[in-house]
Design a protein around this ligand. Structure first.
Ligand code: SAH
Ligand code: SF4
Length: 362
């Protein structure tokens, strides 16, 4: 029974309406019950049918018999010295995923996971070293938002203003859940499309599908090198989706209009920070009018790589600016709680699941 009850959090708003209408019709209940449940889910963030106090008790019981509201439970919360908060969520089957709340003076950004683990296996990423566990459902992605928004509200951190798909997993390797989740967050929970960014290592069909969406969701490409041979050493998926094809997909994304592209460039000392790479990087960014985020590498257990030296990072920043490319250096947040990019869930994988430890090496 448990597995067969549909999860209300996984339904896109139009399907939610149809499904609830059929449910209440069959019970001879008025149609306004649909709007009531909708409000409980999207506006009040109810985590249980029992909370829906304007529904008669008997209707709450019938709803709970027919559907689930499957919100993950908190396994651990870590708060960093800089206010960054990492949640470790336990899903209904015991799998774990993480999300991170990042407060800045003007924004509260939530970084969500799209998969438990990741199959891409980028050599600089702890999530990649941990391997793939399973796909998340749309509801499990949305639940990270609801629970984090509730946490932020309860602690007077304000509302979640931005969502980035930069936690665990490659979002476009889970399109079946990603696209409904985008729709639910945007139409249901009313998070503006321009405040939601999907980050990818370059899965071409995913980029094209996002380009076709009428909403202006943002796209981040994890570039990490303008040179395909070097990029292949960092990102195994470069073999399947070579950079020239990715660039073509980005051009299509731009042609779709009103959409913004960011390049993510993790600077690793002696690996991808040769100043000779600045001009080709600027060239690619100019081609698709991309903003470049320079991110100092966060050390991980599996590699003894180091972040680029501050002077080199500044050289990249200045070199890009000189060539007319908009750029910013992103200081990693929450380093003291391993909440920074590329560090998610590594420790739990070792301690809880006992699977391939990042320290084993390639
Ligand atoms: N799979 C997607 C989204 C999750 S990774 C992607 O790769 O884009 C989110 C970002 O963290 C990516 O830009 C990724 O390249 C970066 N990242 C991964 N490991 C990192 C590390 N050790 N240091 C700095 N950034 C890292
Ligand atoms: Fe997966 Fe992104 Fe990490 Fe690569 S960088 S292994 S795609 S999560």
């Amino acid at each position: 029974m448990e597995a067969t009850r549909p999860d209300l959090l996984s339904l896109v708003p139009s399907d939610l309406d149809v499904t609830l209408a059929a449910h209440f019709d069959a019970r001879g209940e008025p149609r306004y019950r649909v709007a009531q449940v909708r409000r409980w889910l999207y506006e009040k963030g109810a985590r249980d049918v029992a909370e829906m106090s304007n529904l008669p008790l008997v209707e709450r019981a019938a709803l709970a018999d027919a559907f689930r509201v499957d919100e993950a439970s908190v396994a651990r919360v870590s708060v960093s010295g800089d206010g960054t908060t990492k949640h470790l969520w336990r899903l209904s089957d015991g799998e774990m995923v993480e999300s991170v709340l990042i407060p800045t003076p003007r924004r509260l950004t939530l970084c969500v996971s799209s998969q438990a683990g990741c199959a891409v296996g980028c050599t600089f990423c702890a999530t990649g070293w941990g391997g793939f566990r399973r796909q998340l459902s749309a509801g499990e992605i949305v639940a990270q938002y609801r629970a984090s928004a509730r946490f932020a509200r309860e602690r007077d951190l304000g509302g979640v203003s931005n969502i980035v798909f930069m936690g665990m997993g490659e979002p476009f390797a889970n399109r079946k859940a990603l696209f409904p989740a985008l729709e639910i967050l945007n139409t249901g929970y009313r998070v503006g499309a321009r405040r939601i960014t999907v980050s990818t290592v370059g899965v071409v069909p995913g980029i094209l599908e996002l380009a076709r969406m009428p909403q202006q969701f943002r796209l981040a490409l994890s570039l990490h090198s303008p040179d395909p041979a070097l990029r292949l050493e960092l990102i195994p998926l470069e073999k399947r989706y070579p950079l020239p094809e990715v660039m073509e997909a980005l051009a299509a994304f731009n042609r779709a209009g009103g959409k913004r592209i960011t390049f993510e460039y993790t600077l690793i000392r002696g690996v991808n920070d040769d100043p000779a790479l600045i001009a080709p990087l600027a060239g690619l960014a100019s081609q698709v009018d991309a903003f470049v985020n320079l991110i100092p590498f966060n050390p991980i257990a599996a590699q003894d790589w180091k972040p680029s030296r501050p002077e080199r990072i500044r050289e990249f920043e200045a070199g890009l600016a000189l060539r007319g490319v908009a750029t910013a250096v992103r200081e990693p947040r929450g380093r003291d709680i391993d909440a920074a990019c590329g560090q998610l869930r590594a420790h739990e994988l070792v301690q809880v699941a006992g699977t391939r430890a990042p320290a084993e090496g390639p």
